[in-house]
Ligand binder design. Structure first.
Ligand SMILES: C[S@@+](CC[C@H](N)C(=O)[O-])C[C@H]1O[C@@H](n2cnc3c(N)ncnc32)[C@H](O)[C@@H]1O
Length: 279
């Protein structure tokens, strides 16, 4: 029971594993292993999103169908990311689409002409293809953000939600986004900044060929969402994750009481939403 002596996240083993997870050498290996494991554990297909969520400060809520209600906060992050950009009739690429919930939401509610979700995690793409097979404007494929399997000038919009923190080379990813975007196209990105994990989206964007149109600090919204969604996330983890991995999964999920949640709540780890354009 030694694990329970510590609130999740202050457990030194968890902190060491999180550090290793984001280390340059192991990042690729661990990212893939972790998301593949989650996909394989989730036999009941309960996980459709893997982001920290977004809550409006005044309690304003996005209108959702009943079927989407359990994923409200994760959906609201997607809604916030795309809210300033016209999506209807456009060709959209999402890099790091995870379990496909955000792709399905945008494709159903905002009516792009086509929406392609790409992820490096094969089980996640397998799940997405099966789960959302009935959506005509939606497709998924396996691929690497650092080498996008698309021709130049293929998309009007590229979306990236809480995925780029995993990439070994964010600059190369932004070069790829610039290459596959059509001139005048938009790049919409949600990403936290964390020097301890070597994640610096603002600096990378400033060095890229994309022009920053809008930057939005949503740290407080993300921390609030984690609080409002904490009970559901905890119950989900208990249902899916084997007990020895539970504390670690709480840390990655940002459940209140973890170091990760604290770093959003106290502003140590800022979380941004960016809108950029290819001129
Ligand atoms: C925190 S999850 C977010 C998933 C989804 N955007 C969401 O909000 O639910 C990060 C995702 O990025 C994917 N990913 C990590 N490295 C990648 C890479 N190099 N290329 C493509 N996807 C990657 C992971 O497999 C994972 O599905």
């Amino acid at each position: 029971m030694k694990q329970d002596m510590y609130p999740a996240g202050t457990n030194p083993v968890h902190s060491a594993v999180v550090k290793l997870f984001y280390s340059r050498a192991a990042r690729h290996l661990f990212t893939n292993a972790w998301y593949s494991l989650l996909s394989n554990l989730d036999r009941g297909a309960a996980i459709r999103f893997l982001n920290y969520g977004y809550a409006s400060p005044d309690g304003e809520q996005v209108a959702l169908q009943a079927v989407d209600e359990p994923d409200r906060y994760a959906i609201q992050l997607y809604h916030h990311v795309v809210s300033g950009t016209a999506i209807a009739g456009k060709d959209v690429l999402e890099v790091g689409s995870g379990r496909g919930g955000g792709a399905s939401y945008v494709a159903r509610y905002l009516h792009p002409r086509s929406y392609t979700g790409l992820d490096i995690c094969k089980p996640a793409i397998r799940f997405s293809k099966a789960r959302y097979a009935d959506q005509d404007n939606l497709a998924f494929r396996v691929g690497d953000a650092l080498s996008l399997p698309f021709a130049n000038d293929s998309f009007d919009v590229v979306i990236n939600v809480e995925s780029a923190q995993h990439y070994g080379d964010m600059g190369r990813f932004l070069d790829e986004v610039h290459r596959v975007l059509r001139p005048g196209g938009d790049f919409l990105m949600a990403c936290f900044e964390d020097p301890s994990k070597d994640v610096f989206p603002r600096e990378c964007l400033a060095r890229s060929r994309l022009r920053l149109v809008k930057e939005d600090d949503i740290t407080a919204n993300v921390a609030r969402a984690l609080e409002l969604d904490g009970a559901r996330r905890t119950a989900l983890a208990v249902e899916i994750v084997p007990r020895p991995l539970l504390g670690l999964s709480h840390e990655f999920a940002g459940i209140p009481g973890t170091q990760l949640h604290a770093s959003f709540a106290n502003g140590e780890c800022p979380y941004y939403c960016f809108t950029c354009r290819k001129d």
